[in-house]
Design a protein around this ligand. Structure first.
Ligand code: SF4
Length: 283
C-alpha cells in the first residue's frame, strides 16, 4: 500500500493539549517521509505498552501490537529476532518503561537489539489519573502522594548510558521538527536507540512553561565520547532548575543482538544441512 492514510479513523480520546498528539504527528510525518523515500511501510511494526501513549497502536496505520504494561520491549525484541528485516518502533510510557518494565529496558540496551524506543515521558501516570512515576520531581503532588513525593526522580539518560545503549537522545513535544530528526536518526541507527521525550500531560502535569524556559539544543561535540555524554546527561537530574539539553547525547556503532542471533541460526542450519547431506550420501 502506498500513500496510505497514516492516521486511522479510530476515535481519539486523548485530552485536548496532550503531548501525545505531537508524538503521533511526528511519527506520521516521519513515516510519510520514509514512504516517499521508498520504504515499504508494511515492514514497519509499532509496539506499545499500556497507558495513554499506548493508544498510538490504534491511531497510527501501520502493523501494530498493543502489548501489556511494562512488556512492550520484550515483544518488540521478539518481533525483531523473528524477522530482522522489520523496522521495529516501540512507544512506551515513563511508568511503563521506567517502573514495571525497567529491567526489560536496561537489558534491551545491554543487548543492543536493533529497535527504537520512544519514551512518552510525561512524568505522571495519566491514564490512572495522576499518580507519581519514577521521573516525577521531588514533592510532586498527585493522587497517591497528596503531601508530595518523598523520592528523588531517576535520571533515565544516565541509566541508559550505563546500560550500554548505543543511541541516547532527548526530545520535547513542543519541538516537533527536532523530535522528528531525533526519531529518524534513531530508526536509522543500527542498534538500540533510546529517545526520552519530555511530553506534556495537559491534565495532570502541565509542564509547558517549565520546559519552555529551560530547554536548549545541545552544542556540537563528539557524541561517541561516553564521558562527555554522561556529563551532559547529568546537567539536569529531572528535578530542579538546571538547563535541560535536547538532542543526541551519545551514539556509537556496535554489534547488535539480532545480527548475532541470525548468525547463530545460519550456522546451525548449515551444520544441520551438512549432516543431512552426509546421511543422504550414505544411503
Ligand atoms: Fe494526555 Fe495526560 Fe490526558 Fe493522558 S491524561 S491523554 S497523558 S493529557
Amino acid at each position: 500500500m502506498t500513500g496510505r492514510q497514516l492516521i486511522t479513523d479510530a476515535q481519539n480520546t486523548w485530552c485536548p493539549g496532550c503531548g501525545n498528539f505531537s508524538i503521533q504527528h511526528t511519527l506520521k510525518n516521519l513515516l510519510a517521509d520514509m514512504e516517499k523515500e521508498g520504504k515499504d511501510l508494511d515492514t514497519v511494526v509499532l509496539v506499545t505498552g499500556i497507558g495513554c501513549h499506548a493508544k498510538m497502536a490504534d491511531y497510527i496505520n501501520v502493523n501494530s501490537f498493543y502489548s501489556i504494561h511494562g512488556r512492550a520491549i520484550p515483544v518488540a525484541t521478539g518481533i525483531k529476532l523473528a524477522n530482522p528485516d522489520l523496522t521495529v518502533i516501540c512507544c512506551v510510557g515513563d511508568g511503563d518503561a521506567y517502573a514495571e518494565g525497567l529491567d526489560h529496558l536496561l537489558f534491551a540496551a545491554k543487548r543492543n537489539i536493533d529497535i527504537t524506543v520512544l519514551v512518552h515521558n510525561n512524568r505522571v501516570y495519566g491514564l490512572t489519573t495522576g499518580q507519581y512515576t519514577p521521573t516525577s520531581p521531588l514533592g510532586f503532588k498527585g493522587k497517591s502522594t497528596p503531601a508530595g513525593t518523598l523520592e528523588f526522580p531517576m535520571n533515565p539518560l544516565d541509566l541508559l548510558l550505563a546500560s550500554g545503549a548505543t543511541y541516547v537522545a532527548r526530545g520535547y513535544t513542543r519541538k516537533m521538527e527536532q523530535l522528528k530528526t531525533l526519531v529518524r536518526d534513531g530508526v536509522l541507527h543500527r542498534g538500540f536507540s533510546f529517545i526520552d521525550i519530555l511530553q506534556i500531560c495537559a491534565t495532570f502535569f502541565p509542564m509547558t512553561d517549565y520546559y519552555n524556559k529551560r530547554t536548549y539544543d545541545l552544542p556540537e561535540y563528539d557524541r561517541s565520547v561516553f564521558d562527555l555524554a554522561c556529563s551532559r546527561a547529568r546537567e539536569w537530574d529531572y528535578n530542579g532548575d538546571a538547563p535541560i539539553a535536547l538532542g543526541v547525547f551519545y551514539q556509537r556503532e556496535g554489534p547488535t543482538l539480532d545480527k548475532k542471533v541470525d548468525r547463530v541460526i545460519r550456522s546451525v542450519q548449515e551444520r544441520d544441512n551438512a549432516i543431512l547431506d552426509f546421511l543422504a550420501s550414505r544411503q
